[in-house]
Design a binder for this molecule. Sequence first.
Ligand code: ARG
Length: 461
Amino acid sequence: MKLWKGRFSGEAAASADEFGASISFDRRLFRQDIAGSLAHCRMLERQGIIEKGESEAIQGALKGILDDMEAGAIELGPAMEDIHMAIEGILTERVGEAGKKLHTARSRNDQVALDLRLYLKGEIVATLDLLRSLVGLLVSMAKDHRDTVMPGYTHLQRAQPVSLAFHLLAYCQMFLRDMGRLGDCLGRMDALPLGAGALSGVSYATDREFLRRELGFASICENAMDAVSDRDFALEFMSCASICMMHLSRFCEELVLWSSSEFAFVEMDDAFSTGSSIMPQKKNPDVAELIRGKTGRVYGGLMGLLAVMKGLPLAYNKDMQEDKPLVFDAADTLRDSLSIFAEMLSRVKVRGDSMEAAAKAGFLNATDAADYLVKKGVPFRDCHGIIGRMVLYCLAEGKGIEDLSLDELRGFSERFDDDIYGHIDVRACMEAKKSEGSTSSESVARQIAAVEKAIGVDGDG
Ligand code: ARG
Protein backbone atom coordinates (compact mmCIF):
# COMPACT_ATOMS: atom_id res chain seq x y z
CA MET A 1 0.00 0.00 0.00
CA LYS A 2 1.31 3.47 -0.89
CA LEU A 3 2.05 5.72 2.06
CA TRP A 4 1.39 8.79 -0.12
CA LYS A 5 -1.79 7.65 -1.88
CA GLY A 6 -4.14 10.25 -0.28
CA ARG A 7 -3.86 12.80 -3.04
CA PHE A 8 -4.44 10.25 -5.79
CA SER A 9 -7.72 9.04 -7.17
CA GLY A 10 -6.24 6.77 -9.84
CA GLU A 11 -4.05 3.74 -9.34
CA ALA A 12 -0.39 3.76 -10.39
CA ALA A 13 0.39 1.68 -13.46
CA ALA A 14 2.19 -1.50 -12.45
CA SER A 15 4.83 -0.67 -15.06
CA ALA A 16 5.41 2.79 -13.54
CA ASP A 17 5.67 1.29 -10.07
CA GLU A 18 8.20 -1.20 -11.22
CA PHE A 19 10.11 1.39 -13.21
CA GLY A 20 10.31 3.79 -10.28
CA ALA A 21 11.15 1.29 -7.55
CA SER A 22 14.62 1.43 -6.10
CA ILE A 23 14.13 -1.24 -3.46
CA SER A 24 16.08 -3.82 -5.50
CA PHE A 25 19.27 -1.80 -4.96
CA ASP A 26 18.69 0.62 -2.07
CA ARG A 27 17.75 -2.26 0.24
CA ARG A 28 21.40 -2.46 1.09
CA LEU A 29 20.97 0.84 2.96
CA PHE A 30 18.68 -0.75 5.56
CA ARG A 31 21.18 -0.48 8.42
CA GLN A 32 21.82 3.21 7.77
CA ASP A 33 18.11 3.87 7.28
CA ILE A 34 17.22 2.23 10.59
CA ALA A 35 20.07 4.00 12.42
CA GLY A 36 18.75 7.31 11.07
CA SER A 37 15.20 6.46 12.09
CA LEU A 38 16.24 5.46 15.61
CA ALA A 39 18.06 8.75 16.11
CA HIS A 40 15.18 10.72 14.59
CA CYS A 41 12.69 8.95 16.85
CA ARG A 42 14.72 9.66 19.98
CA MET A 43 14.99 13.29 18.95
CA LEU A 44 11.22 13.57 18.38
CA GLU A 45 10.63 12.18 21.86
CA ARG A 46 13.18 14.45 23.56
CA GLN A 47 11.63 17.45 21.86
CA GLY A 48 8.13 16.42 22.99
CA ILE A 49 6.98 15.92 19.41
CA ILE A 50 5.98 12.31 20.08
CA GLU A 51 5.15 10.54 23.34
CA LYS A 52 7.64 8.41 25.25
CA GLY A 53 5.46 5.31 24.83
CA GLU A 54 5.22 5.86 21.09
CA SER A 55 8.95 6.35 20.85
CA GLU A 56 9.62 3.15 22.76
CA ALA A 57 7.26 1.18 20.55
CA ILE A 58 8.86 2.59 17.41
CA GLN A 59 12.40 1.95 18.59
CA GLY A 60 11.60 -1.60 19.70
CA ALA A 61 10.02 -2.38 16.35
CA LEU A 62 12.86 -0.78 14.37
CA LYS A 63 15.36 -2.95 16.23
CA GLY A 64 13.22 -6.00 15.47
CA ILE A 65 13.12 -5.03 11.79
CA LEU A 66 16.90 -4.64 11.81
CA ASP A 67 17.35 -8.13 13.25
CA ASP A 68 14.90 -9.61 10.78
CA MET A 69 16.60 -7.86 7.88
CA GLU A 70 19.99 -9.11 9.04
CA ALA A 71 18.54 -12.61 9.20
CA GLY A 72 17.07 -12.26 5.71
CA ALA A 73 13.62 -12.88 7.18
CA ILE A 74 11.91 -9.98 5.43
CA GLU A 75 10.80 -10.19 1.85
CA LEU A 76 11.14 -6.85 0.04
CA GLY A 77 9.11 -6.70 -3.15
CA PRO A 78 8.95 -3.92 -5.77
CA ALA A 79 5.57 -2.81 -4.37
CA MET A 80 7.52 -1.38 -1.43
CA GLU A 81 9.03 1.29 -3.71
CA ASP A 82 12.18 2.05 -1.77
CA ILE A 83 13.93 1.09 1.46
CA HIS A 84 12.55 4.12 3.33
CA MET A 85 8.92 3.31 2.48
CA ALA A 86 9.52 -0.36 3.11
CA ILE A 87 10.82 0.12 6.62
CA GLU A 88 8.17 2.67 7.53
CA GLY A 89 5.49 0.36 6.11
CA ILE A 90 6.70 -2.67 8.06
CA LEU A 91 7.04 -0.54 11.19
CA THR A 92 3.44 0.61 10.94
CA GLU A 93 2.25 -2.96 10.35
CA ARG A 94 4.06 -3.97 13.53
CA VAL A 95 3.23 -1.10 15.90
CA GLY A 96 0.13 0.46 14.38
CA GLU A 97 -0.62 4.18 14.94
CA ALA A 98 2.71 5.09 16.58
CA GLY A 99 4.58 3.97 13.46
CA LYS A 100 2.77 6.62 11.44
CA LYS A 101 4.37 9.34 13.57
CA LEU A 102 7.97 8.49 12.79
CA HIS A 103 8.04 10.52 9.59
CA THR A 104 7.08 13.73 11.42
CA ALA A 105 9.59 16.51 10.64
CA ARG A 106 11.38 14.37 8.08
CA SER A 107 11.32 13.78 4.34
CA ARG A 108 12.68 10.98 2.23
CA ASN A 109 14.88 13.65 0.70
CA ASP A 110 16.91 14.29 3.85
CA GLN A 111 16.55 10.62 4.77
CA VAL A 112 18.14 9.29 1.58
CA ALA A 113 20.89 11.92 1.74
CA LEU A 114 21.64 10.76 5.29
CA ASP A 115 21.63 7.07 4.38
CA LEU A 116 24.01 7.54 1.49
CA ARG A 117 26.42 9.64 3.53
CA LEU A 118 26.41 7.12 6.35
CA TYR A 119 27.02 4.31 3.88
CA LEU A 120 29.89 6.10 2.14
CA LYS A 121 31.52 7.09 5.41
CA GLY A 122 31.67 3.39 6.29
CA GLU A 123 32.94 2.47 2.83
CA ILE A 124 35.71 5.03 3.03
CA VAL A 125 36.87 3.74 6.40
CA ALA A 126 36.95 0.17 5.05
CA THR A 127 38.72 1.27 1.87
CA LEU A 128 41.33 3.18 3.86
CA ASP A 129 42.07 -0.04 5.76
CA LEU A 130 42.62 -1.91 2.51
CA LEU A 131 44.85 0.85 1.19
CA ARG A 132 46.85 0.90 4.40
CA SER A 133 47.50 -2.82 4.20
CA LEU A 134 48.37 -2.62 0.50
CA VAL A 135 50.94 0.07 1.24
CA GLY A 136 52.22 -2.13 4.08
CA LEU A 137 52.67 -5.01 1.64
CA LEU A 138 54.43 -2.78 -0.90
CA VAL A 139 56.84 -1.39 1.63
CA SER A 140 57.70 -4.84 2.94
CA MET A 141 58.34 -6.01 -0.64
CA ALA A 142 60.45 -2.90 -1.15
CA LYS A 143 62.56 -3.89 1.85
CA ASP A 144 63.15 -7.33 0.30
CA HIS A 145 64.13 -5.84 -3.04
CA ARG A 146 66.50 -3.05 -2.11
CA ASP A 147 69.20 -4.83 -4.09
CA THR A 148 67.05 -6.02 -6.99
CA VAL A 149 68.15 -3.98 -10.00
CA MET A 150 65.82 -3.39 -12.90
CA PRO A 151 65.52 -1.01 -15.81
CA GLY A 152 63.56 2.18 -15.23
CA TYR A 153 61.67 3.14 -18.37
CA THR A 154 60.46 6.16 -20.23
CA HIS A 155 58.38 5.64 -23.39
CA LEU A 156 58.62 1.96 -22.39
CA GLN A 157 62.26 2.13 -23.55
CA ARG A 158 64.98 1.23 -21.08
CA ALA A 159 66.19 4.47 -19.54
CA GLN A 160 68.19 4.27 -16.30
CA PRO A 161 68.75 1.52 -13.73
CA VAL A 162 66.61 1.60 -10.59
CA SER A 163 65.92 -0.81 -7.77
CA LEU A 164 62.66 -2.70 -7.66
CA ALA A 165 62.30 -1.21 -4.17
CA PHE A 166 62.36 2.26 -5.70
CA HIS A 167 59.75 1.29 -8.30
CA LEU A 168 57.48 -0.15 -5.60
CA LEU A 169 57.94 2.95 -3.48
CA ALA A 170 56.60 5.04 -6.35
CA TYR A 171 53.33 3.10 -6.01
CA CYS A 172 53.40 3.65 -2.25
CA GLN A 173 53.29 7.39 -2.90
CA MET A 174 50.30 7.01 -5.22
CA PHE A 175 48.35 4.93 -2.73
CA LEU A 176 49.25 7.28 0.11
CA ARG A 177 47.81 10.13 -1.94
CA ASP A 178 44.68 8.03 -2.52
CA MET A 179 44.40 7.69 1.24
CA GLY A 180 44.80 11.43 1.68
CA ARG A 181 42.18 12.14 -0.95
CA LEU A 182 39.68 9.72 0.58
CA GLY A 183 40.36 11.25 3.98
CA ASP A 184 39.66 14.74 2.61
CA CYS A 185 36.50 13.48 0.96
CA LEU A 186 35.42 11.86 4.23
CA GLY A 187 36.01 15.11 6.10
CA ARG A 188 33.84 17.09 3.70
CA MET A 189 31.07 14.49 3.64
CA ASP A 190 30.94 14.39 7.43
CA ALA A 191 28.00 16.81 7.72
CA LEU A 192 24.49 15.80 8.73
CA PRO A 193 21.74 16.36 6.14
CA LEU A 194 18.94 14.98 8.37
CA GLY A 195 16.62 17.65 9.63
CA ALA A 196 16.58 19.53 6.33
CA GLY A 197 13.09 18.18 5.64
CA ALA A 198 11.93 18.14 2.03
CA LEU A 199 13.96 21.22 1.06
CA SER A 200 13.29 24.28 3.22
CA GLY A 201 13.60 23.01 6.79
CA VAL A 202 10.82 21.86 9.12
CA SER A 203 8.35 23.73 11.29
CA TYR A 204 8.93 21.69 14.46
CA ALA A 205 11.32 22.45 17.28
CA THR A 206 13.74 19.71 16.22
CA ASP A 207 17.26 19.32 17.55
CA ARG A 208 19.72 18.75 14.77
CA GLU A 209 22.66 19.03 17.13
CA PHE A 210 21.33 16.00 19.01
CA LEU A 211 20.96 14.12 15.69
CA ARG A 212 24.49 15.10 14.72
CA ARG A 213 25.88 13.61 17.94
CA GLU A 214 23.72 10.49 17.79
CA LEU A 215 24.69 9.77 14.22
CA GLY A 216 28.35 10.68 14.61
CA PHE A 217 28.73 13.57 12.19
CA ALA A 218 31.30 16.32 12.60
CA SER A 219 28.90 19.09 11.58
CA ILE A 220 25.44 19.89 10.25
CA CYS A 221 24.65 20.80 6.63
CA GLU A 222 24.23 24.59 6.77
CA ASN A 223 21.57 24.97 4.12
CA ALA A 224 18.57 22.66 3.92
CA MET A 225 18.19 23.04 0.17
CA ASP A 226 21.81 22.14 -0.37
CA ALA A 227 21.53 19.24 2.07
CA VAL A 228 18.90 17.51 -0.07
CA SER A 229 20.21 18.55 -3.51
CA ASP A 230 23.86 17.78 -2.99
CA ARG A 231 25.58 14.69 -4.30
CA ASP A 232 29.08 16.20 -4.38
CA PHE A 233 30.12 13.78 -1.67
CA ALA A 234 29.23 10.83 -3.91
CA LEU A 235 30.99 12.41 -6.90
CA GLU A 236 34.06 13.11 -4.83
CA PHE A 237 34.13 9.55 -3.61
CA MET A 238 33.81 8.29 -7.17
CA SER A 239 36.60 10.51 -8.38
CA CYS A 240 38.83 9.31 -5.55
CA ALA A 241 37.84 5.76 -6.51
CA SER A 242 38.63 6.45 -10.18
CA ILE A 243 42.09 7.80 -9.42
CA CYS A 244 42.84 4.90 -7.11
CA MET A 245 41.66 2.40 -9.74
CA MET A 246 43.88 4.17 -12.27
CA HIS A 247 46.85 3.50 -10.00
CA LEU A 248 45.89 -0.15 -9.63
CA SER A 249 45.39 -0.36 -13.36
CA ARG A 250 48.85 0.99 -14.17
CA PHE A 251 50.37 -1.50 -11.76
CA CYS A 252 48.32 -4.29 -13.33
CA GLU A 253 49.47 -3.23 -16.78
CA GLU A 254 53.07 -3.52 -15.58
CA LEU A 255 52.41 -6.97 -14.15
CA VAL A 256 50.86 -8.04 -17.44
CA LEU A 257 53.93 -6.80 -19.31
CA TRP A 258 56.40 -8.12 -16.78
CA SER A 259 54.86 -11.59 -16.78
CA SER A 260 55.14 -11.89 -20.59
CA SER A 261 58.04 -13.97 -21.97
CA GLU A 262 59.34 -10.79 -23.59
CA PHE A 263 60.03 -9.31 -20.15
CA ALA A 264 59.99 -12.34 -17.85
CA PHE A 265 60.52 -10.06 -14.83
CA VAL A 266 57.88 -11.81 -12.74
CA GLU A 267 55.88 -14.97 -12.64
CA MET A 268 52.26 -14.76 -11.59
CA ASP A 269 51.09 -17.40 -9.16
CA ASP A 270 48.95 -20.17 -10.65
CA ALA A 271 46.23 -19.19 -8.20
CA PHE A 272 45.81 -15.83 -9.94
CA SER A 273 46.22 -16.98 -13.54
CA THR A 274 44.07 -18.86 -16.00
CA GLY A 275 44.72 -21.19 -18.91
CA SER A 276 43.46 -21.11 -22.46
CA SER A 277 40.67 -23.31 -23.74
CA ILE A 278 42.68 -24.05 -26.89
CA MET A 279 46.38 -23.19 -26.36
CA PRO A 280 47.82 -25.61 -23.82
CA GLN A 281 50.94 -23.55 -23.11
CA LYS A 282 49.09 -20.41 -21.97
CA LYS A 283 49.11 -18.89 -18.52
CA ASN A 284 47.18 -15.66 -18.58
CA PRO A 285 47.32 -12.88 -15.98
CA ASP A 286 43.52 -12.60 -15.93
CA VAL A 287 43.16 -11.02 -12.51
CA ALA A 288 45.49 -8.16 -13.39
CA GLU A 289 43.72 -7.67 -16.71
CA LEU A 290 40.33 -7.66 -15.07
CA ILE A 291 41.31 -5.00 -12.53
CA ARG A 292 42.55 -2.93 -15.48
CA GLY A 293 39.18 -3.52 -17.15
CA LYS A 294 37.12 -2.71 -14.08
CA THR A 295 38.89 0.64 -13.88
CA GLY A 296 36.93 1.66 -16.97
CA ARG A 297 33.74 0.69 -15.22
CA VAL A 298 34.51 2.88 -12.20
CA TYR A 299 35.29 5.82 -14.51
CA GLY A 300 31.96 5.11 -16.18
CA GLY A 301 30.18 5.43 -12.84
CA LEU A 302 31.77 8.82 -12.21
CA MET A 303 30.84 10.06 -15.69
CA GLY A 304 27.37 8.60 -15.26
CA LEU A 305 26.67 10.43 -12.02
CA LEU A 306 28.14 13.69 -13.32
CA ALA A 307 25.76 13.39 -16.25
CA VAL A 308 22.79 12.60 -13.99
CA MET A 309 23.45 15.71 -11.90
CA LYS A 310 24.38 18.26 -14.52
CA GLY A 311 20.94 19.53 -15.46
CA LEU A 312 19.02 19.15 -12.22
CA PRO A 313 17.22 22.18 -10.85
CA LEU A 314 17.28 22.42 -7.06
CA ALA A 315 16.26 20.64 -4.91
CA TYR A 316 15.55 16.88 -5.02
CA ASN A 317 14.68 15.24 -8.33
CA LYS A 318 13.91 11.60 -8.89
CA ASP A 319 16.86 11.41 -11.29
CA MET A 320 19.02 11.36 -8.17
CA GLN A 321 17.81 7.87 -7.35
CA GLU A 322 20.17 6.76 -10.12
CA ASP A 323 23.12 7.70 -7.90
CA LYS A 324 22.92 4.56 -5.83
CA PRO A 325 23.65 1.75 -8.32
CA LEU A 326 26.60 3.79 -9.60
CA VAL A 327 27.98 4.56 -6.14
CA PHE A 328 27.50 1.00 -4.87
CA ASP A 329 29.15 -0.46 -7.92
CA ALA A 330 32.15 1.87 -7.69
CA ALA A 331 32.58 1.22 -3.97
CA ASP A 332 32.31 -2.56 -4.38
CA THR A 333 34.61 -2.62 -7.37
CA LEU A 334 37.24 -0.52 -5.63
CA ARG A 335 37.19 -2.66 -2.50
CA ASP A 336 37.23 -5.96 -4.39
CA SER A 337 40.02 -4.76 -6.65
CA LEU A 338 42.16 -3.52 -3.78
CA SER A 339 41.84 -6.71 -1.85
CA ILE A 340 42.41 -9.16 -4.70
CA PHE A 341 45.26 -7.03 -6.03
CA ALA A 342 47.09 -7.29 -2.70
CA GLU A 343 46.49 -11.03 -2.59
CA MET A 344 47.79 -11.45 -6.12
CA LEU A 345 50.79 -9.19 -5.60
CA SER A 346 51.84 -10.96 -2.42
CA ARG A 347 52.18 -14.14 -4.49
CA VAL A 348 54.05 -12.74 -7.47
CA LYS A 349 57.44 -14.35 -7.96
CA VAL A 350 60.09 -11.78 -8.81
CA ARG A 351 62.81 -12.85 -11.24
CA GLY A 352 65.59 -10.61 -10.06
CA ASP A 353 68.12 -12.17 -12.46
CA SER A 354 66.10 -11.26 -15.57
CA MET A 355 65.47 -7.79 -14.23
CA GLU A 356 69.16 -7.29 -13.65
CA ALA A 357 70.11 -8.72 -17.06
CA ALA A 358 67.69 -6.27 -18.68
CA ALA A 359 69.17 -3.41 -16.65
CA LYS A 360 72.64 -4.31 -17.91
CA ALA A 361 71.72 -4.37 -21.58
CA GLY A 362 70.52 -1.34 -23.48
CA PHE A 363 73.00 1.34 -22.38
CA LEU A 364 71.19 2.34 -19.20
CA ASN A 365 74.52 3.72 -18.02
CA ALA A 366 74.78 6.19 -20.91
CA THR A 367 73.59 9.14 -18.81
CA ASP A 368 76.17 8.24 -16.17
CA ALA A 369 78.94 8.03 -18.77
CA ALA A 370 77.93 11.53 -19.89
CA ASP A 371 77.83 12.72 -16.26
CA TYR A 372 81.37 11.35 -15.83
CA LEU A 373 82.64 13.60 -18.60
CA VAL A 374 80.72 16.57 -17.16
CA LYS A 375 82.60 16.07 -13.92
CA LYS A 376 85.82 16.11 -15.97
CA GLY A 377 84.89 19.55 -17.28
CA VAL A 378 83.14 18.79 -20.58
CA PRO A 379 79.85 20.73 -21.08
CA PHE A 380 76.83 18.39 -20.73
CA ARG A 381 75.52 18.99 -24.25
CA ASP A 382 78.90 17.98 -25.73
CA CYS A 383 78.99 14.90 -23.49
CA HIS A 384 75.53 13.93 -24.74
CA GLY A 385 76.83 14.00 -28.33
CA ILE A 386 80.01 12.07 -27.46
CA ILE A 387 78.14 9.30 -25.65
CA GLY A 388 75.50 9.19 -28.38
CA ARG A 389 78.20 8.46 -30.97
CA MET A 390 79.71 5.93 -28.59
CA VAL A 391 76.36 4.09 -28.31
CA LEU A 392 76.14 3.99 -32.10
CA TYR A 393 79.63 2.45 -32.18
CA CYS A 394 78.70 -0.07 -29.45
CA LEU A 395 75.57 -1.08 -31.35
CA ALA A 396 77.65 -1.79 -34.45
CA GLU A 397 80.22 -3.73 -32.40
CA GLY A 398 77.64 -5.58 -30.31
CA LYS A 399 79.18 -4.26 -27.06
CA GLY A 400 78.11 -2.38 -23.99
CA ILE A 401 79.80 0.86 -22.90
CA GLU A 402 81.42 -0.99 -20.02
CA ASP A 403 82.94 -3.48 -22.49
CA LEU A 404 84.95 -0.82 -24.31
CA SER A 405 88.69 -0.64 -23.64
CA LEU A 406 90.20 2.59 -22.38
CA ASP A 407 91.72 3.09 -25.84
CA GLU A 408 88.34 2.75 -27.49
CA LEU A 409 86.86 5.15 -24.93
CA ARG A 410 89.62 7.68 -25.51
CA GLY A 411 88.82 7.58 -29.20
CA PHE A 412 85.64 9.42 -28.18
CA SER A 413 87.11 11.69 -25.53
CA GLU A 414 90.58 12.26 -24.13
CA ARG A 415 89.05 12.86 -20.72
CA PHE A 416 88.28 9.19 -20.08
CA ASP A 417 90.41 7.54 -17.39
CA ASP A 418 90.49 4.16 -15.76
CA ASP A 419 88.06 5.26 -13.07
CA ILE A 420 85.25 5.37 -15.66
CA TYR A 421 84.47 1.68 -15.11
CA GLY A 422 83.57 2.34 -11.49
CA HIS A 423 81.05 4.93 -12.65
CA ILE A 424 79.13 2.92 -15.22
CA ASP A 425 78.38 -0.25 -13.33
CA VAL A 426 74.57 -0.44 -12.89
CA ARG A 427 74.74 -0.38 -9.12
CA ALA A 428 77.22 2.48 -9.16
CA CYS A 429 74.85 4.38 -11.47
CA MET A 430 72.10 3.98 -8.88
CA GLU A 431 74.29 4.89 -5.93
CA ALA A 432 75.54 7.97 -7.74
CA LYS A 433 72.08 9.52 -7.54
CA LYS A 434 72.38 12.16 -4.86
CA SER A 435 69.15 14.10 -5.12
CA GLU A 436 66.33 13.69 -2.60
CA GLY A 437 63.89 10.98 -3.60
CA SER A 438 66.35 9.14 -5.85
CA THR A 439 66.96 5.43 -6.38
CA SER A 440 70.17 5.33 -4.31
CA SER A 441 70.05 2.89 -1.40
CA GLU A 442 70.35 5.73 1.09
CA SER A 443 67.39 7.55 -0.39
CA VAL A 444 65.40 4.32 -0.67
CA ALA A 445 65.99 3.65 3.03
CA ARG A 446 64.71 7.12 3.84
CA GLN A 447 61.65 6.60 1.64
CA ILE A 448 60.89 3.25 3.28
CA ALA A 449 61.02 4.88 6.70
CA ALA A 450 58.76 7.73 5.59
CA VAL A 451 56.16 5.40 4.11
CA GLU A 452 56.19 3.24 7.22
CA LYS A 453 55.67 6.32 9.32
CA ALA A 454 52.79 7.42 7.12
CA ILE A 455 50.95 4.13 7.68
CA GLY A 456 51.93 3.86 11.31
CA VAL A 457 54.22 0.84 10.92
CA ASP A 458 57.27 0.48 13.16
CA GLY A 459 60.27 0.10 10.84
CA ASP A 460 62.63 -2.74 11.68
CA GLY A 461 65.27 -1.81 9.12
N1 ARG B 1 14.21 6.26 -3.56
C1 ARG B 1 14.48 7.64 -3.56
C2 ARG B 1 15.92 7.93 -3.99
O1 ARG B 1 16.66 7.04 -3.92
C3 ARG B 1 14.29 8.20 -2.20
C4 ARG B 1 13.96 9.66 -2.16
C5 ARG B 1 12.61 9.86 -2.72
N2 ARG B 1 12.15 11.19 -2.54
C6 ARG B 1 11.10 11.66 -3.21
N3 ARG B 1 10.75 12.88 -3.00
N4 ARG B 1 10.49 10.94 -4.13
O2 ARG B 1 16.27 9.00 -4.40
